[in-house]
Design a protein around this ligand. Structure first.
Ligand SMILES: *Cc1c(COP(=O)(O)O)cnc(C)c1O
Length: 349
């Protein structure tokens, strides 16, 4: 198979002909201009900080991201968490009851859930035993209705990154979109695939402020792709999908890269400490290599150990029902104090 990616052949017909909703803020964009009187959006005129609709294109947030990631403004779309961004990808490119996507379990559960919600078939091609994509099997699973392949790298819940060779092979040989979910990229030594955006017209990258950036509560997800893909997503996104408070908090946080980097460095240090201690926990049978802010471990009896930890006041994630993850637990790296408590408890069990 050879890649003949053409965005016009993968956009849904109804999306192609759609005339997007035009909000008051779309029609007169310059709403920061202090000397104008705004009587266009039926807002309450009494100022309280959030009485006006937010910027539908979140230009201030995009400007700082564009600078930090070295991409153009029109290569960015923001969403109410990456979950919304992923949902938009389904709704823009996958025809319900006709099209399909490929996901690689064990991986992030939302791809499969969103496929179900959108009535899109989810073809699952298991990762190999060392949690890498099985590229031949993936290409075999592709048919003329396959629109998206979801790669999660570093992968949740396994923690590893996918090899560059596999990713490049799929980008070059698949004529639909290759979405790389980089929710954990800031904890990895690997470079983001953002740097390759100009190489591959079918490359889509999602990131989030929910993990390394410490803003899970504001729900801000990011999509980086070609201007063509972004403009399709822009057509169908809800007009005010990122609220004013979230935009404000994102701006403050993005401006403080020193603090973010210090926190990431601390989490990585703590992760390495945890890995060392786990070697000496007698019921831990395998510790998987990780490039994320969590560690996947295989234990003697995941259900039992999970329950024991809950009883001691520590909540982790039991992944034992996931394919290739029998008796596996996923531990998020916490603060130094939290990790010390976790280790004490693990040694006591
Ligand atoms: C946590 C996580 C996300 C984040 O989703 P948000 O909706 O942005 O909070 C995305 N992808 C993966 C693989 C995750 O683990």
């Amino acid at each position: 198979m050879k890649n003949n990616f053409d965005i016009n052949t993968i956009v849904r017909e109804n999306v192609k002909v759609l005339k997007p909703y035009s909000s008051a803020r779309d029609e007169f964009e310059d709403f920061d201009s202090a000397d104008m009187i705004f009587l266009d959006a039926n807002e309450n005129p009494f100022e309280n900080g959030v009485n006006r609709y937010p910027d539908p294109q979140q230009m201030s947030v995009k400007a700082i991201l564009a600078k930090q990631k070295n991409v153009k403004l029109n290569q960015i779309l923001l969403g109410n968490g990456s979950d919304e961004v992923l949902d938009l990808l389904f709704r823009a490119f996958c025809e319900p009851k006709t099209d399909n996507v490929i996901t690689l379990p064990p991986t992030y559960g939302m791809y499969g859930v969103l496929a179900n919600i959108n009535a899109v078939e989810n073809k699952e091609v298991l990762l190999s035993d060392d949690f890498q994509p099985q590229i031949e099997k993936i290409i075999e699973a592709v048919d003329e209705n396959t629109k998206i392949i979801f790669l999660c790298s570093p992968n949740n819940p396994t923690g590893n990154s996918f090899s560059d060779e596999s990713v490049v092979y799929l980008l070059k040989n698949f004529s639909g979109l290759v979405v790389i979910d980089e929710a954990y990229i800031d904890f990895s030594k690997k470079e983001s695939w953002i740097n390759e955006l100009d190489e591959y017209p079918n490359l889509v990258i999602t990131q989030t402020l929910s993990k390394a950036y410490g803003l899970a509560g504001i729900r801000l997800g990011i999509c980086y792709a070609t201007a063509e893909v972004i403009s399709v997503l822009n057509k169908i996104k809800p007009p005010y999908n990122v609220n004013e408070l979230s935009q404000k908090r994102a701006l403050e946080r993005l401006a403080d890269s020193n603090k973010i980097n210090t926190e990431i460095a601390s989490i990585i240090r703590q992760r390495e400490e945890l890995l060392k201690v786990l070697l000496n926990v007698n019921f831990v049978e395998k510790i998987y290599p990780t490039e994320a802010n969590f560690i996947l471990v295989k234990v003697d009896d995941a259900n039992k150990r999970y329950a024991e930890l809950i009883a001691k006041g520590i909540v982790i994630r039991n992944r034992t029902t996931q394919p290739l993850c029998g008796n596996c637990l996923r531990l998020t790296v916490g603060t130094e104090l939290e990790n010390r408590k976790l280790m004490e408890v693990l040694k006591q069990l």
